[in-house]
Structure formats: structure tokens, C-alpha cells
Design a protein around this ligand. Structure first.
Ligand code: NAD
Ligand code: UDP
Length: 336
């Protein structure tokens, strides 16, 4: 199939591009590079063995999108493009609604006028808000805790209304838990600008010596070791989940929702230990106050994706930590 990946130069989109190419699909990337680097395209070429068409542009440019959908005879869209920093969304909610919600509406207009009515959308476990019960299944009530989460919920609602208005739409929301890790080549991975907000990229920066220590945000949670528990999923498992969802929606009109996680919770201290063991490094720690808005535990029930998508996360926390470090070391050398 001819597949457009909005935000395909980013962390998750670039890994999905590799998996889709390997499955024989024709991938076209559209990205405005507001949170990615052009060099990722050369690195993708090295991995897949041929260049991938990439259009530099913004999803809010409906005319450009219409042209791209036409020129490349696009049949389906994987919609990764979006801003994703929770703190920034609290500071600049309008930017988040404009880019994420406005951008999606622009994309949907272009898709509808080109009769492209199939989409896999990057949603997030953040739409569940504070867990009422664990593990979180797809029927758990949704609730946004910040503008970023609200932008994801708004998009889910828009897509649901759209599919209800026209049975030709085939849409899947994939609610990601905590994606980490990198492609085994070490050529692509997560490379956040500035000081990372997320745990594993932060640990990698400490291991590189760029940050002095990891702040552990609380060791007094009601968890086994007192630190926060999350469901970490290897980005390659996540990418394979997109291929599975793509195949599924071909036969499935309307909207379907899937959690993509490992189904297993790991604490901050566990992640640090695994990272240290895998990479023979030592991560200095300082236990600090809880981070505002953090929940103590969050992990997925993944039965629905296991059954309907015939997909399961297979890679371990060890694989995630090893591949993160492999990418970071390579990337550090490449940038020197
Ligand atoms: P990322 O920032 O690495 O990738 C997003 C890409 O979209 C970037 O390359 C960016 O330049 C591009 N982009 C942003 N706005 C754009 C616009 N208006 N037009 C064109 N391109 C635009 O982020 P990621 O981690 O790969 O996340 C991909 C998607 O998954 C996002 O929608 C994010 O909200 C969602 N998600 C991510 C996580 C996570 O932890 N990484 C968790 C849940 C959901
Ligand atoms: N965390 C931490 N120090 C950091 C970053 C994160 O202790 O520098 C903890 C955080 O409190 C949470 C877990 O690590 O319990 C995962 O945080 P992350 O931001 O990666 O994911 P999210 O909380 O958004 O699911």
C-alpha cells in the first residue's frame, strides 16, 4: 500500500517507517521538522536500503496535503505528527490545539476530498487520566489532565464523529503507553531537544555524563519499592503494532481502539537497575519530591490488541535499555 506518515521523521514514525518498508509498503513521509532532524532521512535510507520520499511541510497546510495525497496515490495515513510535551502544552495550550487538533482537521479535510478514508492515529494512555483501576483497559473512562491530553481526546472525538457520519472511514486509535528503546542498528532512536522529561532518555543523558544524576520523583508511592510504575514498550514492538493495526482496519469499518503496551509495570528503580546491568554503567540517583500530576502506577491491559491484532510486545526491558544506550553512544559519536 501507499502510506503517508505524518510526523514520519520523528521518534515513533521513523521506526514505523522501517517496519512498513520491510513489509513491502511504499512509505511517504511528511514532516515540518519542528521536533526532528533532516539527517534521520539518510539514516532511514541506510536501514531500508533505498531513499524514502519526504515532503517538508506542515499538516495545517491543507492544499499541500491534498497534492501529496494525489501525487503519491496515498491509500492510508498514519498520523504521528503532533506536539507532545505536557509542560509546554500547559504553557502554550493554543499552540497545542492549533497544531494537534487544527492540524488533524486540516489533514482530514485533505483526506476526505481525495477519498482517502483510512487512518491509524497516535493516541496516548494519557487519555485515561487518573486510573480508577488497573490494568487499564480500553473501556476505562477517559479524562484529560492537561492540554496535551485534551488535544488527543478532542482528536479521538472528532474521528469518532467523522466515522459515525460516513461508514467509509476505517480508523484505529492506538493508545501508546511508554515507548522507549531504539532500532537495533543504533541509527535511529529518541533524541529529545534539551533536558529530557522522560525517564529513559534522562537516564541515557546521565550515563553519557551530560547530566550529573537522575532525580527520582518520589520513593513514597504505594508501590513495591516506592517509586512510580509505568508500562514501558519497545519502540520496535510499537512500530509492529502499527503494521498490525493497518492490516486490521482494512477489513474493519468505523473506529477501533487499542492499547499498545507490554502489559507489565516497571518501577523507576527497576529501570535504573536494568539500564546499569545492561550497559555496565552507574547512574547516580537523588530522590526528590513527587512530580506534580504523576500517578503512582499506570499499565495496560493488552488482551484486545493480542486477540484482534494478533500482536504482542515481545521485547524486554533489557532490550529497551540496551538499544537506547546503543543509539545514544552512536549518536554522540555522530554529533562530535
Ligand atoms: P516526535 O516529536 O519525535 O515526532 C513527531 C513528529 O511530528 C516530529 O518529527 C515533528 O517534527 C512532526 N510534527 C509536529 N507537528 C507537525 C506539523 N504541524 N506538521 C508536520 N509535522 C509535524 O514524537 P513521537 O514520540 O514520535 O510521537 C509521535 C506521536 O505519538 C505524537 O502524536 C505523540 O503525541 C504520540 N505519542 C507519543 C508518546 C511518546 O512517549 N513518545 C506517547 C504517546 C503518544
Ligand atoms: N521519572 C523520574 N525522574 C525523571 C523522569 C521520570 O523519576 O527524571 C519517573 C516519573 O515520576 C514516572 C516514571 O519515571 O514515575 C516515568 O516517567 P515518564 O515521564 O518517562 O513517563 P510518564 O510519567 O509520562 O508516563
Amino acid at each position: 500500500m501507499n502510506i503517508l506518515l505524518t510526523g514520519g521523521a520523528g521518534y515513533i514514525g521513523s521506526h514505523a517507517a522501517v517496519v512498513l518498508c520491510a513489509a513491502g509498503h511504499n512509505v511517504v513521509i511528511l514532516d515540518n521538522f519542528c521536533n526532528s532532524q533532516h539527517s534521520v532521512l539518510d539514516r532511514l535510507t541506510k536501514i531500508v536500503g533505498k531513499p524514502m520520499p519526504c515532503i517538508e511541510g506542515d499538516i495545517r497546510d491543507t492544499l499541500l496535503l491534498e497534492k501529496v495525497l494525489k501525487d503519491y496515490k496515498i491509500e492510508t495515513v498514519m498520523h504521528f505528527a503532533g506536539l507532545k510535551a505536557v509542560g509546554e502544552s500547559v504553557q502554550n495550550p493554543l499552540d497545542y490545539f492549533d497544531n494537534n487538533v487544527g492540524g488533524t482537521i486540516s489533514l482530514l479535510h485533505a483526506m476526505r476530498s481525495n477519498n482517502v478514508k483510512s487512518m491509524v492515529f497516535s493516541s496516548s494512555a494519557t487519555v485515561y487520566g487518573m486510573p480508577n483501576y488497573l490494568p487499564l483497559d480500553e473501556a476505562h473512562p477517559t479524562q484529560a489532565k492537561n492540554p496535551y491530553g485534551r488535544s488527543k481526546l478532542h482528536i479521538e472525538e472528532i474521528l469518532t464523529d467523522l466515522a459515525a457520519s460516513d461508514p467509509a472511514w476505517h480508523i484505529s486509535f492506538l493508545r501508546y503507553f511508554n515507548p522507549v528503546g531504539a532500532h537495533e542498528s543504533g541509527l535511529i532512536g529518541e533524541d529529545p531537544n534539551g533536558i529530557p522529561n522522560n525517564l529513559v532518555p534522562y537516564i541515557a543523558q546521565v550515563a553519557l555524563g551530560r547530566l550529573p544524576h537522575l532525580n527520582v520523583y518520589g520513593d513514597d508511592y504505594p508501590t513495591a519499592d516506592g517509586s512510580g510504575v509505568r508500562d514501558y514498550i519497545h519502540v520496535m514492538d510499537l512500530a509492529e503494532g502499527h503494521l498490525a493495526a493497518l492490516n486490521y482496519i482494512q477489513q474493519q469499518p468505523g473506529v477501533c481502539v487499542f492499547n499498545l503496551g507490554s502489559g507489565k509495570g516497571s518501577s523507576v528503580f527497576e529501570v535504573v537497575k536494568v539500564f546499569e546491568n545492561e550497559n555496565a554503567s552507574s547512574i547516580p540517583l537523588k530522590v526528590t519530591m513527587r512530580r506534580i500530576g504523576d500517578v503512582s502506577e499506570c499499565y495496560a491491559k493488552v488482551d484486545k490488541a493480542n486477540i484482534h491484532l494478533n500482536w504482542k510486545a515481545t521485547r524486554t526491558l533489557q532490550d529497551m535499555c540496551r538499544s537506547t544506550w546503543n543509539f545514544q553512544k552512536n549518536h554522540k559519536c555522530a554529533n562530535q
